[in-house]
Write a protein that binds this ligand. Sequence first.
Ligand code: GTP
Ligand code: MG
Length: 359
Amino acid sequence: MGCCLGSPRDNKDREVQREIEKDKAQEARVHKLLLLGAGGSGKSTFFKQLKQLHGDGYSARDKEGYRKQIYGQVIESMQILIRQCKLVTGELSDEEHEVDERTENLREGIKDDEIEQYKIDEQFAESCKYIQDLANGSAVMNEQLAGHVKLLWTKSTAIRKMFDHRNKICVPDSTQHFLDEIDIIARTNFDPATTDILLVRYRTTGMTEKEFKINGAIFKICDVGGQRSERKKWINFFDGVTAVLFVVSLACYDEVPFEDVSDLDANVELGNNMLESIKVFEETLAFSCFEKTGFILFFNKADLMREKIKQTPITSAFPNYKGPQEFQPAVDYIQNFFIRLNTNSERETLLSVSLIFFL
Ligand SMILES: Nc1nc2c(ncn2[C@@H]2O[C@H](COP(=O)(O)OP(=O)(O)OP(=O)(O)O)[C@@H](O)[C@H]2O)c(=O)[nH]1
Ligand SMILES: [Mg+2]
């Protein structure tokens, strides 16, 4: 036997060692980027955009999932709009009313002599009942349902008026897009377009990861849920993170957090999504495992903010802001506010980027 030939066992060990080293080298080449941010800030939308631009696009299975999410959003939004109209006009039974006690702040935004305008006309009673009777979490669509949705959306002034308060009742901005297109959505062969896929609102649970090759470098991007209950799981994904991509919605400064509307045990003290976002950012910066981790801040939903600032000043979240209620100075203020929250000089400089949205 030649001296350089080892036993089969030695050979096997060497092979395993080689495999481990190969894996390590491969891992070292992969940059793990963790998408963090409060619920609804736009993490999954960014992830979907990457999938479209740098991944293999959306499979038939993905599209089937998005189709259901769109049906779910249409139904849930309509149920909320009907329910809130009934709440403000005092038409809910005592039992139902109790559940919705926390949305009383909505009443503050409506003058007493305007309340009657939120009463859904009797002619829409059947449509309201049909939609309200659908089980929680329904994600179905058919001609009859689409007919009821369309009738309420196009003919009921109360529903339209309630939609104007969507920031307080957790109806996503993008619901308008889907309600306007209800005829297309209801077709049996409805094939969601890229815009539909990017606009659909679906609260992430758990974590989704995917590798992307961008300009020769390999990035593993991890998308997690940002709702309060989801944030408790974040720590499980902190291993080996190259950088945190922290997403902030510029348009959330007048929105009530989802949990403050839906969770009876929630601490509603904050009551504002921008303050929630600031709190989450501060908490994330404070994790000891991120002491030397680079942070990239993404300021998102600039298109919505540009419109919103014409009506609503940012002082609802930033009472010390003294600048003009105009897009650019307000955005500069918000970006600086976040950047200054990083007091750790050892951490790589925060980079502030505005996401360019797809529309
Ligand atoms: N108009 C507009 N809508 C946006 C933009 N970014 C995200 N959205 C919409 O905002 C909603 C919430 O976005 P998501 O990506 O689901 O938010 P998220 O951070 O993943 O939320 P969670 O999964 O709950 O943590 C979706 O309906 C998106 O289509 C934007 O730049 N402009
Ligand atoms: Mg998400």
